[in-house]
Design a protein around this ligand. Structure first.
Ligand SMILES: [Zn+2]
Length: 180
């Protein structure tokens, strides 16, 4: 069976005090009984995650579709810079905010400086203007940060929950749907 995930990612390339914030969010979700406090092998990541718990029903639009019966059912917390892409959902458009061209089909080496933490900008390969990565329009949505929260095999999250999550992070968030 294929796995999918929903990730919540702050729209900040370098999130200040990201490890402390990761712990704060973890404690908040455990307190609400949305996830289990004991790390376990419940994600596709190489490290342990936090398995789904009973009150997850309150934060999804489709409680009957929650993955209680699956092994891969947990939350993975990422605290290293990464591109949160969509895997098989791909990338249809990446629009430069300066020249408004779609650069999704260009050579993706323009991501390298961001990936190597040399810059928070992307330099458009067509107009050569560097702009903050979060000013580009990715369709479907991608995320770019050194902090992220990935829920494995969970159905759509409610708008209220995403709003509350965004408030906890103190900034706008990207919601990235990944299909493996
Ligand atoms: Zn451009």
């Amino acid at each position: 069976m294929s796995d999918y995930s929903i990730s919540i990612i702050p729209k900040k390339s370098s999130y200040p005090n990201r490890k402390e914030k990761a712990t704060e969010i973890l404690e908040w979700l455990v307190h609400k009984n949305i996830i289990n406090s004991d790390p376990s092998d419940c994600t596709l990541g190489s490290k342990f995650g936090y398995a789904i718990s009973e009150e997850a029903k309150r934060i999804t639009c489709f409680p009957n579709e929650l993955p209680f019966s699956l092994i891969t059912n947990g939350l993975d917390i990422i605290t290293e810079r990464q591109v949160f892409d969509t895997c098989q959902y791909g990338l249809d458009e990446c629009i430069c905010p300066n020249c408004k061209e779609n650069i999704a089909s260009e050579d993706w080496s323009f991501f390298n400086d961001w990936h190597e933490q040399k810059s928070n900008n992307l330099t458009c390969p067509l107009c050569n203007i560097a702009t903050d990565i979060h000013q580009f329009t990715f369709s479907p949505e991608w995320g770019f940060s050194d902090l992220g929260f990935t829920f494995w095999n969970w159905p759509d999250l409610t708008d209220d929950f995403i709003e509350e999550f965004s408030h906890k992070l103190g900034c706008d968030v990207s919601i990235v749907y990944t299909y493996i």
